[in-house]
Design a protein around this ligand. Structure first.
Ligand code: SF4
Length: 203
């Protein structure tokens, strides 16, 4: 399938396939993923690592960015929840805007949930990498900045959730305005006589 989408610029995409030891490589054919990634349009570098988040893996990314003049980086590894900040910092270390980085989850979304289906898992991982490469085409550099904010919050609704949110915000040092349209707070909870399992009065 072609990745022939509108190009915002001359793209030079690097794809990094992580084996995660046997976490990914035990189920997914990583060599096949690397070969497949090489066929994707605008991909100019494909590197496979045992542990991409470890220092040697990150160094490979940095080296490839410089050597191949990459302007997009796609890492196929685990959930972005764990290592997206790691890789954003990694690419930023060599001058690439961290928002030109894209992460593809071939561990939690593939190897861990398709452990007995190596062939199908590999095909699914290829699809996800192709999608990640396609997404990376439309990434734009972002500039982070710090702006002054008023440390106050408005909570609309004085039911049990609103009250708890207001208390949590206040505990975090914010001035809180709690707004309730009824004459009393407590919402539906205030109308309940007893609550399970202690059978205490609800208020
Ligand atoms: S980047 Fe994620 S998938 Fe790769 S070695 Fe590290 S934890 Fe494992």
């Amino acid at each position: 399938m072609s990745d022939n989408l509108t190009k915002p610029e001359d793209l030079r995409i690097g794809v990094f396939v992580c084996e995660c030891g046997l976490n990914i490589a035990g189920t997914v054919d990583c060599d096949a993923l690397s070969k497949y990634s090489e066929t994707l349009e605008d991909v100019v570098a494909v590197i496979q690592n045992k542990y991409t988040c470890a220092d040697p893996g990150q160094n490979e990314i940095k080296k490839a960015i410089v050597e191949h003049n990459l302007n997009r980086v796609v890492v196929a590894s685990c959930t972005p929840k764990i290592h997206e900040p790691t890789f954003r910092q990694c690419v930023a270390d060599v001058g690439l805007n961290p928002y030109l980085f894209e992460m593809v989850n071939i561990r939690e979304h593939v190897s861990w949930v398709h452990q007995n289906e190596k062939e199908a898992a590999t095909e699914k991982a290829k699809d996800l990498i192709r999608s990640g490469v396609a997404r990376s085409r439309f990434l734009e550099p972002q500039i982070e900045s710090v702006v002054p904010v008023t440390k106050a919050a408005l909570v609309v609704g004085g039911g049990i959730s609103g009250i708890q949110a207001a208390l949590d915000l206040a505990d975090g040092g914010h001035k809180v305005y709690l707004v309730e349209k009824e004459a009393t707070i407590g919402g539906i909870m205030a109308a309940i006589d007893k609550t399970y399992p202690t059978m205490d009065c609800s208020i």
